[in-house]
Write a protein that binds this ligand. Sequence first.
Ligand SMILES: C[S@@+](CC[C@H](N)C(=O)[O-])C[C@H]1O[C@@H](n2cnc3c(N)ncnc32)[C@H](O)[C@@H]1O
Length: 276
Amino acid sequence: MTQAPNAATVDITTSEYRQFQKLIFDIAGISLSDAKKLLLVGRLSKRVRKLEYSTFTEYFKFVTDPAHQAELQVMVDLLTTNETYFFREPKHFDFLRQRAGQARGSGFRVWSAASSSGEEAYSMAMVLADVLGGASWEVVGTDISTRVLAKAQGGHYPLDRIDGIPNPLLKKYCLKGLNEYAGTLLITRELRERVRFLHSNLMSPRKDLGLFDLIFLRNVMIYFDNDTKRKVVANLLPYLKSDGHFIVGHSESLNGLTADLQPVLPTIYRRSEARP
Ligand SMILES: C[S@@+](CC[C@H](N)C(=O)[O-])C[C@H]1O[C@@H](n2cnc3c(N)ncnc32)[C@H](O)[C@@H]1O
């Protein structure tokens, strides 16, 4: 069977690929290895064709033209990998529950620092609402992709994404869609109001985030080289309270990246010295 022309990919030369590798690295710190060439072609070809270009050189000129700044965000949205799910790596949420329990009533704040479409931030919020109820607490979710942030803000997900949510929390904080919303789930308004989603780049985080008891930086450092990992951790540390904890994904580690965090459990770190 022949492919429809609009589904066909656009060819890329090695020098064109190098230009895009550098561009996404400069913007987001993401290192695309040479092995990711087909992935980039697969993700950008439709966009290139939609704009009626036939080469990546033309698209590169367009996306880097200051007159078309919004296109850079479209490209970032297409090139970021946003895979996530509720209660991913459940031990981290057990740890959050324990910390929140110890900190009752003291304005507990947590940051989902590469939140993707919000499942991580809402999982945190379900735990905090369960432990701290109406006391003062807040969850902030940030990401470089505006497309996933819009989804996060809506708090509306397909029902087949809910597997990890513990039953009591599912009952308390999720509404099952009816009629035209059948097959979907909506995070309750009460919970959505406790979670803020903001656009922020880990390479230069926005300044208005405040201090956090816990920072989740999970499943994003896998896209960074060692130098970038070091920079990103240094960029986030000023937002961590003196007794705060920093959590990374199960396949990630901060070993050798900073002297300011000490491991307390696998993938969970604590500040090693008090803030000045
Ligand atoms: C695989 S998802 C991880 C989501 C969630 N933390 C989890 O563990 O399930 C990685 C997210 O990191 C975001 N990301 C990549 N580079 C970033 C950067 N420089 N600044 C902020 N977010 C970034 C992507 O847009 C994507 O949504």
